[in-house]
Design a protein around this ligand. Structure first.
Ligand SMILES: [Zn+2]
Ligand SMILES: [Zn+2]
Ligand SMILES: [Zn+2]
Length: 346
């Protein structure tokens, strides 16, 4: 992301063009992302400055990655399937997930809990930086596993799962390879069936009819040998319409990431939300900002929805902050899937 916006004074909100002739704004010497006019105090709260420094660092890492590899995202997950089930809920944060549950235990003393590299090897530093930036992508899979653990009591022996991702778009598709993390953390799981449904799903109507497209995701050699598979059905259209199609099978869980349906698409989503309130399966929603979630909750509650989990901070939100250009407050940063809630099945 590029930070293109007109800087303004943090304290009096004046742009440079509004200052006295020839007077320039001074950038904060630590984060370089906040500006002050010469009449105002030359500082802003240090916790806020620290978060902006984090945002700037991660942004540089991602720009560097893009420049060198042409990739716009990095995905870091468990390399080999686990033999034994350890609940994700037994870990407290991303650091524990990586070092205790996944296979990055070698970095235990080389990074802090915020996944900042502490030692001095440039290759290792890069690896840890990618791990941290990967949380932008794998927040989807870990949030799904956490939701499944909340609603399904026998995850350790569960052999199949059927997930429907509603309103799927770019973020879900670029995170596709990371869905194998569900197989790698849930050892008894054999087929994982995923359906991506939404108006932005890439494959759409063919020959005037809405065609369902089914793909197999290429799994690792070990998963393939064990007969484990991930199938992906894509269907372009609204979810409540998908429910009426022939191949629809009641899922174990529906999920939507950053739908922000209550902000500007409420009319489009309304029939889908209404369906989900009465659906025979639970639904998890996640979004970056509290006001988005707050408005969503209002819509759900007006329809009589009940909740397994009320809106709260998601342990598996993205760890890297991103600066929002049109934030509600100055220097507002967001984390993907910061908030989540789970709607109860009927
Ligand atoms: Zn000022
Ligand atoms: Zn600063
Ligand atoms: Zn695998």
């Amino acid at each position: 992301m590029l930070y293109i916006y007109e800087p303004y004074c943090y304290h009096c909100y004046r742009w440079e063009s509004q200052l006295e002739d020839g007077v320039k704004l001074n950038a904060c010497k630590s984060c370089h992302l906040t500006a002050f006019c010469s009449s105002c105090q030359q500082a802003h709260p240090s916790p806020e400055c620290a978060i902006l420094q984090d945002a700037a660092t991660d942004d540089r890492v991602m720009m560097d990655l893009r420049r060198r590899t042409g990739k716009s995202s990095t995905i870091s997950y468990t390399e080999f399937p686990r033999k034994q089930y350890f609940p994700l809920s037994s870990t407290t944060d991303w650091y524990e997930y990586y070092t205790r549950l996944s296979d990055k235990g070698g970095f235990k003393s080389k990074m802090n809990r915020k996944l900042r590299y502490l030692a001095n090897d440039s290759k290792e530093r890069e690896f840890v930086e990618y791990m941290r930036c990967s949380t932008n992508t794998t927040t989807i899979q870990l949030t799904l596993i956490a939701a499944l653990e909340t609603i399904i009591p026998n995850m350790s022996t569960r052999s199949s799962i059927n997930l429907h991702i509603i309103g799927a778009a770019g973020a879900e598709f670029s995170s596709l390879p990371a869905f194998e993390e569900l197989l790698h953390l849930l050892p008894s799981l054999k087929p994982l069936q995923l359906s991506f449904v939404g108006l932005n799903v890439m494959e759409g109507p063919r020959d005037g009819t809405k065609t369902r497209n089914i793909h197999k995701l290429q799994c690792c050699t070990m998963c393939t040998k064990m007969g484990r598979s991930i199938s992906i059905t894509t269907w372009r259209g609204q979810y409540h319409a998908y429910v009426d199609t022939e191949g629809y099978k009641t899922p174990d869980l529906t999920a939507a990431f950053h739908s922000v349906f209550a902000i500007d698409e409420e009319a489009d989503w309304y029939p889908t939300i209404k369906h989900l309130v009465h659906a025979p399966h639970p639904t998890v929603f996640a979004a970056a900002r509290y006001f988005e979630i707050e408005r969503e909750m209002r819509v759900w509650k007006s329809l009589g929805a009940r909740f397994v989990k009320d809106a709260e901070v998601n342990k598996w939100k993205e760890i890297s902050p991103s600066l929002t250009v049109c934030g509600v407050e100055p220097n507002e940063v967001i984390y993907q899937n910061n908030w989540w809630y789970i709607v109860r099945q009927q």
